[in-house]
Design a protein around this ligand. Structure first.
Ligand SMILES: [Zn+2]
Length: 291
């Protein structure tokens, strides 16, 4: 924290009292101010402590989050909530000065495991504080710039090259436990007329990605929808985790063809190129819709 003319009380309050303060410098002083309107949850694909996350952002990448949540539920804060952090692509700081507050959390290397009970409790408490301190509305974000609560893969504009973060188990916990827990913790009532959005996979874009042949074109097509589909195929046990890379290559084609055969398709109906029916069935199980 350098010399600045903000009200010291306001500055202090941008630090969550439930977290260990470990300010990232010089990043923290170099970033512009934001008015926080969203809380976005992430999985870091590593079983790290808060201190390890701090070292990662200090030494290896500047795509930091505001917070880190260890497996034991311990929260660490690296950047004040009224300062931009860089984990959320277009939502870091919008042209109107609003931005997202981000939370990384310890996970297994494929981020397929659920949050621990201690992490769930801790994330709920942070969500309640974000409502009380920054007036976040008690709803799941309905668009990439809509105030509220969300998780990284909910909107493509929240990531640079597409992301499968967090995994299916945590997306379910977000909808079933964390968001309802935040609402209950504030004594509020959830909006009843707004269905929680599910990320959408564009069928035409996905088919184009599946039909592109990286070895022939030289430029592999990366599409966020491919990551979501691959993530679902991994959860189905049809694709190895390390092959979920956003490229609809041979392994993804083979895995998707297996999914089509499971649904009873065969011949050219099970060629690994997604059709609307098979994709809708996959999305219904794994939390995405088909556009
Ligand atoms: Zn993420």
């Amino acid at each position: 924290m350098g010399i600045c003319d903000l009200d010291p009380r306001e500055t202090a309050m941008a630090w969550y009292p439930g977290a260990t303060k470990r300010e990232l410098e010089p990043e923290s002083d170099a970033q512009p101010a934001i008015r926080p309107t969203q809380l976005i949850l992430h999985s870091i694909a590593a079983p790290w402590s808060g201190e390890r996350m701090y070292e990662y952002w200090r030494d290896s990448t500047n795509l930091e989050s505001h917070f880190g949540c260890a497996y034991d539920g311990g929260l660490w804060q690296f950047i004040g909530t009224e300062t931009r952090a860089d984990a959320n692509a277009s939502a870091n700081r919008r042209s109107d000065g609003t931005g997202a507050v981000s939370v990384e959390s310890a996970s297994n290397l494929e981020h397929t495991d659920p949050w621990t009970e201690a992490q769930v409790d801790s994330l709920i408490r942070l969500g309640v504080w974000m409502h009380e301190r920054h007036d976040l509305p008690l709803r799941v974000c309905r668009a990439w710039d809509d105030p509220g609560y969300g998780y990284h893969r909910l909107f493509a504009k929240w990531s640079i090259d597409g992301t499968a973060c967090p995994g299916d188990a945590r997306v379910r916990q977000f909808h079933d436990r964390i968001f309802p827990g935040i609402v209950a913790g504030t004594g509020g009532t959830p909006p009843v007329d707004i269905p929680a959005p599910r990320p959408a996979v564009d069928l035409a874009e996905l088919v184009a990605a599946a039909r592109s042949d990286p070895s022939r074109q030289g430029t592999p097509v990366t599409y966020v929808g491919t990551r979501m589909v691959e993530n679902a195929l991994v959860a189905e046990g049809l694709l190895a985790g390390h092959l979920a890379d956003g490229h609809y290559g041979t392994a993804t084609l083979k895995a998707y063809a297996e999914w089509q055969r499971r649904l009873g398709y065969n011949g050219s109906d099970a060629d690994g190129i997604p059709g609307r029916r098979s994709l809708t069935r996959l999305g219904a199980k794994h939390g995405f819709t088909v556009a």
